[in-house]
Design a protein around this ligand. Structure first.
Ligand SMILES: [Zn+2]
Length: 416
């Protein structure tokens, strides 16, 4: 992990240790400023309206790869809140700037537009007192609305920051979306221009500084196929698949960092009395350690090669081929606990007397972390349950605390 001179340290700070120290009491220092106090009050005062906005956004469907309508609603909100240079990029990310005294440092503050729910899902939200129910209400309509709450509080209080904050409602965070929004943002749209990254994802007060990476494959064995009796002696794709899975089932992986593998789906064949012409499986591998993930991936490739060779060697008729498609590639990464951005996140959380908790996860921050850009993902406050299920709910009791924490962190990270 490289250290960027001056990160949260100003020109006077020449060492990582000093920047760390300054980041550690940044929360308390900022709280003493009247403009910051005014912004925090605005965040609290606006929360009831922001909850209405959370419901409105949640009721606009945003299935994977179909986030545009919800994105359009966020684009209008960005414009209404006075962000500058508001635009939608070619993959559907909605981007808007709040310029500081200088262009850099640039903080990107993001929340994701997409849900895991397919087209046609009933996304209406019901409300009983503080409790909201609806698919996507927490993950990540909470993050989107915390972002809007932060922009609005900054606007109403007139807080000025030395650095620039670029707000992004991004596409493709979930599953097969494969971080395509982040990939386009970091590799194309703002390539080389992002100094710090925060995403607000879901609920609660957690701070994620470890990004669990994943590789996902679909593997298909293919052969000629034939009659189970008449063509006996022919290579068999399902047998090859079985050989591969038997090898995978015996993989040994590190416990720390947690590294996992799973064959989640299999298929193939046409009838009990046919030698199949095709068999497939889907495999998921995860680790927060890039090297462990790479080594697991290598073992997986070997298992496929060995299974193919063994099945082809077993029979004299026909030859099998194998096709492997990478259907998910989420890079692993980590922002060290001692990094100024993590210290800043902890310090603003503590300054607001909220519970501090560091954790690992698989979020938009993975991409920044894999590039060595300081990044954390934070929860948006309130209490969530049932994420990724139709029964998802969000308890908005005191949820303004989440907006305040995100706001204070945004201000902290837009300092020199
Ligand atoms: Zn999410």
């Amino acid at each position: 992990m490289r250290f960027i001179i001056g990160l949260l340290g100003g020109l006077l700070v020449a060492s990582a240790a000093a920047a760390q120290e300054r980041a550690a009491d940044l929360g308390a220092t900022l709280l003493k400023q009247p403009a910051v106090q005014a912004a925090l009050e605005a965040a609290r005062r606006n929360e009831p309206q922001m909850i209405e906005e959370q419901i409105r956004l949640c009721e606009i469907p945003a299935p994977p790869f179909k986030e545009t309508t919800r994105g359009e609603a966020v684009r209008q909100a960005f414009e209404a809140l006075g962000l500058q240079h508001v635009r939608m990029d070619e993959v559907g990310n909605v981007i808007g700037d709040r310029p500081g005294a200088a262009e850099r440092p640039r903080l990107v503050f993001a929340a994701h537009l997409d849900t895991v729910f397919p087209e046609g899902t009933d996304v209406r939200v019901t409300r009983e007192g503080a409790l909201l129910r609806g698919p996507g209400i927490g993950d990540d309509c909470r993050g989107l609305v915390v972002m809007l709450g932060v922009i609005r509080a900054l606007k109403e209080s007139g807080v000025e920051t030395p650095g620039t904050i670029t707000f992004v409602a991004d596409v493709g965070e979930e599953g097969l979306g494969d971080l395509r929004g982040m990939k386009n943002l970091f590799n194309v749209v703002l390539k080389g221009q992002i100094d710090r990254f925060v995403s607000v994802d879901g609920t609660g007060f957690g701070v994620t500084n470890v990004g669990v990476g994943s590789h996902r494959y679909r593997v298909t064995f293919k052969g000629p196929g034939g009659h189970s009796f008449g063509a006996f002696g022919l290579v068999n794709p399902i047998h090859a698949l079985g050989r591969a899975i038997a090898l995978i089932a015996d993989f040994q992986v590190p416990e720390v960092p947690k590294t996992t593998f799973n064959v989640g789906r299999i298929g193939g064949g046409t009838s009990v009395n046919s030698i199949p012409f095709e068999a497939w499986m889907e495999m998921d591998m995860r680790s927060a350690d890039a090297a462990a993930l790479a080594s697991l991936d290598a073992s997986f490739q070997q298992a496929i090669d060995r299974a193919l060779a063994a099945e082809n060697a077993r029979w004299t008729d026909g030859r099998l081929e194998v096709e492997r498609t990478l259907v998910g590639d989420r890079p692993a990464g980590r922002t060290p606990e001692g990094a100024p951005i993590v210290q800043a996140a902890r310090s603003v959380t503590a300054a607001l007397a909220l519970p501090e908790r560091l954790g690992e996860g698989s979020t938009d921050s993975n991409l920044a972390m894999s590039l060595g850009i300081p990044a954390v993902t934070i929860g948006g406050g309130g209490r969530g349950a049932g994420a990724h299920s139709l029964a998802e709910s969000f308890d908005s009791t005191d949820s303004w605390k989440g907006t305040q924490r995100a706001l204070l962190l945004a201000i902290a990270l837009a300092q020199r």
